[in-house]
Design a protein. Structure first.
Length: 228
């Protein structure tokens, strides 16, 4: 997939402001029984698939992790020169604290965020959200909203304003993404809009357990074939 996107979406020479894509890759997952970032997925570490998918639209790839030594294999990835690792800035974990880590460490003013178990993370959707943010300087963030609520790990954020808002929210004890979004100027992508870019909203599929991981592998093989 990355090869197919390279000619269409690579940012080098595009004239667009630089984009950081941050992958949230925490440590041990109790439901998976081991780190999801390094769990084998179709014969390679799961996070390697994520890096390959988002590399064509990334000027910088930021991985938030407290196990950087276990991700040393990414030094051999073709995008290795754009990869940086950063550790949690808060002792406690959560969706908001992880996003503070990503935004605080990003080098660029625009940051897309995903989780390391989103096997169908969509560079096309990120790019559509990113263009919306560029087109409207009043917006702080653009993110999808499903029937279950906001999807913060497939959104694009204006670093300066969102870092201020997130830090304030965490300091005030806010724990939900909804509480944070309500204080910002946002643009929601509806499921109809998402579906026009990603069939069936597949980009939100994740793998939290070994069974979900095996199901995701079967789905990838069915949809992408042996070349995945």
């Amino acid at each position: 997939m990355a090869d197919r996107l390279e000619g269409r979406f690579a940012f080098e020479g595009s004239g667009l402001p630089a984009l950081t894509v941050a992958i949230q890759a925490g440590g041990e997952s109790r439901r998976m029984g081991r780190s999801k970032a390094t769990v084998p997925f179709l014969g390679r570490p799961l996070i390697e698939r994520l890096v390959t998918r988002i590399a064509p639209i990334s000027d910088e790839i930021l991985i938030t992790t407290n196990e950087a030594d276990r991700l040393a294999f990414l030094r051999e990835h073709p995008a290795a020169g754009r990869i940086r690792m950063c550790s949690d800035v808060y002792d406690r974990r959560g969706s908001l604290t992880g996003m503070v880590t990503a935004l605080r460490n990003a080098s660029n003013d625009y940051v897309a965020v995903c989780a390391c178990d989103m096997v169908f993370v969509s560079p096309e959707l990120f790019l559509a959200e990113y263009r919306c943010l560029l087109d409207d300087p009043t917006l702080d963030l653009v993110l999808p909203r499903t029937q279950f609520g906001y999807e913060p790990f497939h959104g694009v954020y204006r670093r300066r304003t969102c870092l201020e808002g997130l830090t304030r929210a965490v300091d005030d004890g806010v724990e939900s993404i909804r509480g944070f979004v309500s204080t910002m100027t946002s643009r929601e992508f509806t499921m109809d809009e998402v579906g026009a870019i990603v069939p069936q909203g597949r980009c939100f599929v994740n793998a939290n357990t070994p069974d979900e991981l095996r199901h995701a592998e079967r789905l990838v093989l069915e949809l992408e074939g042996a070349a995945c």
